[in-house]
Design a protein around this ligand. Sequence first.
Ligand code: GDG
Length: 507
Amino acid sequence: MTSNTIGATAKSAADSVAAVLDGRELVVASNREPYSHGYTDGEIVVDRPAGGLTAALDPVMQAVEGTWVAWGDGDADREVVNDEGTVGVPPEDPAYDLRRVWLSDEQVSGYYRGYSNQVLWPLCHLDTAKVNADPTFWAQYRQTNADFADAILDAAEDDSVVWFQDYHLALAPRRVRDARPDATLAHFWHIPWPTWDAFQACPQYEQLLDGLLANDLVGFHTEAYCRNFLDCVEAATHARVDRASASVSYKGQRTFVRSFPLGIDAAQRAELATSEAADDYWQRFREGYDIDADTRLALGVERLDYTKGIERRLDALERFWEQYPEWRGELTYVQKGTESRSEIPAYSELQNRVADAIERVNDRFGTDDWTPVVSLTDHVPDAGLAALYREADLALVTPVRDGMNLVAKEYVASQTGESGVLVLSELAGSHEQLGDESVLVHPYDEAGVADGIADALELSRDERARRMAALQRSVHAEDVYDWLESQFQTVAAVERGRQSSRAMLER
Ligand code: GDG
């Protein structure tokens, strides 16, 4: 969606958010910014929201004319802001304020690469062995959260609604709450919430919970993460946890904990899959990689992250071609692996291991006219991704741990041609919504994944169509706009509850 067109569902979400706000300011805070400014050939150019949540939230922000607070990491970001670090966006027709937070090199290293991605990320994905508890990380995380909070406070009034995104900003709500006791604070946590046993491995567990419990509402993708969160609060604090209402009373305030499974803009994905740009990409891709019309295609799409199960998947594929030799030359696997967080050793090492594994499988099974694994490392445009999703007979979504996994949903929404099959890990949050009609696999069970791939390839056309239709109903019904609306409806309910308990106390 471009900034100038707003779809019907986006419009309805924007109306519903506006009704809840009723003229009050909405401040969204996230690590990544919705627009960044850079240089091309010496000229300042704007990079727009690509896909996902930012793209969905942008039209809503335009409609309610709020403020978005985020790290200004674009090369030319400082060139276009006013004295407060703010620029109106979208640039051609400004509708809301983007307030940029500037981070020093030490902050980028300690807050972003350090505490966020070497402590919280592995911790929340239950990979405690990867936690790097370097003490400088915590200091920078605290400082940066304070900087974000101060930028939010510049924009937020006493009655504003502030909506925090994700694990980068666990401490900021407390500082905002202290200065704006009557504001409504909500937080959405995009990655899993770990069990208490794992969370306890983090030395700062109390401070993190203290930060998050400054919110009126904390949202997770699944009920299981909500339960884990309440378990942690119960074990680590003196707060009163009420399981029946899934709420916590702490420091004179109540925090509601709810699950809101994030969706995608399914209508837009389906439209993209039938676009001319998708057809063009597919044509070029087939010719470029010499893929003939009857070759079946399996697809994996992700950032190169150790949580996504890519190495185990490649092992499972190797076993698959070993055990089912009839599929050699008949099934090609496309791995779209986007480079990510490369400055962190665990990530650069993973990139090398994945490249080695792909080479190993290709050396073992490849022939003059068949490459078993096609590796794409460059960014693929949205329309190209839509083409790959559309044409893939199988999507292999087999993370070892994943908050939700939107790729599974994007695959389903883009299946506008003959139906393929979603092979899905039971350790992805999305399995709660999509598990029944996928071929569900356990990512650590290599033989099971190999068999799952074989089973998926053998499903009849009718069965594939039936399953895909059911998956599509779910992905379209629970899309990103539905997610937005239900969260703001809950904000409204929380606010009503707060008013009535105040009224009771004042009686
Ligand atoms: C976190 C949680 C949760 C990837 N390569 C290209 C490309 N992508 C896009 C995909 C998809 C997105 O990146 C990845 O989203 P995921 O949800 O799979 O995973 P994370 O990045 O780990 O996100 C996750 C999510 O937050 C939201 O709450 O679901 O569990 O880990 O949208 O399409 N897009 C394009 N070209 C690429 O080459 N255009």
